[in-house]
Design a protein around this ligand. Sequence first.
Ligand SMILES: NC(=O)c1ccc[n+]([C@@H]2O[C@H](COP(=O)([O-])OP(=O)(O)OC[C@H]3O[C@@H](n4cnc5c(N)ncnc54)[C@H](OP(=O)(O)O)[C@@H]3O)[C@@H](O)[C@H]2O)c1
Length: 244
Amino acid sequence: MDLKGKTVVVTGANGGIGTALVKGLLDKGVAKVYAAARSIEAVIELKHRDNERVVPLRLDVTHADSVAAIAEQCRDVDLLINNAGVNRCMWFMGPTGMESAREEMEVNFFGTLAMCRAFAPVLAARGGAIVNVCSIIGLVNLPVNGTYCASKAAGHSLLQGVRAELAPRGVQVIGVYPGPVDTRMTAGQEMPKSTPDQVAAAILAGIENNEEDIFPDPMSQAVHGKLVQDPKQVEKEFAAMIPV
Ligand SMILES: NC(=O)c1ccc[n+]([C@@H]2O[C@H](COP(=O)([O-])OP(=O)(O)OC[C@H]3O[C@@H](n4cnc5c(N)ncnc54)[C@H](OP(=O)(O)O)[C@@H]3O)[C@@H](O)[C@H]2O)c1
């Protein structure tokens, strides 16, 4: 997809990757970006960056009314980027294993599903595309973030199903599988991380190159390469990282 002149919705626009995506889209010459966030105040800085092209919108992907309202407001969208997500950094047997799993499924799976369903008609009418930000640890479980990984694995399956369902309606569905990125989500976790700007640039390049699955950083590319070769070995290596 050529991004120039397009109209785009970015969810979680006030977060690390979401904010970097909005900035990157403006640099690519999009006509308009709906910067969707739970709080309008959180995206005012993006509005100040480009008053003409940035439209802040309130969105909580877990509220049906909120999802319906944004779909109604954005009848001119060519590209939906489902970036909003949560990671409670919890393991299945941990103190909040049940609550964290439910909350992560609500946002990462059900929220993304609701957005895909709400925007499918307009995207089909315009020959548009959906980008879902999944995770490389949705393809193999990292037990210390076990509940999050399960929600992202569900997100991966959602992506495949939506891709198959919307292909005949002319909607391209793209998956993004980042490794660790230096955002609020990974604050305090000591490990090599890519920057949000690097990851956003790789995502936008992948969209422009019509890639179906985007591995936007060296860590995700390395893990994906190993998963293709020997998935059981990767599972064992990730299992060995559990500190509990
Ligand atoms: N950072 C990583 O290492 C990494 C790796 C792989 C994939 N990802 C994925 O990348 C995406 C962006 O994450 P990030 O790293 O940029 O983290 P982040 O800075 O924490 O951003 C997450 C964004 O999602 C929003 N959000 C959370 N719950 C929401 C809801 N119910 N409705 C609407 N928005 C909601 C947050 O808004 P609030 O500010 O209101 O909470 C925030 O804007 C997520 O899907 C994440 O799972 C991240």
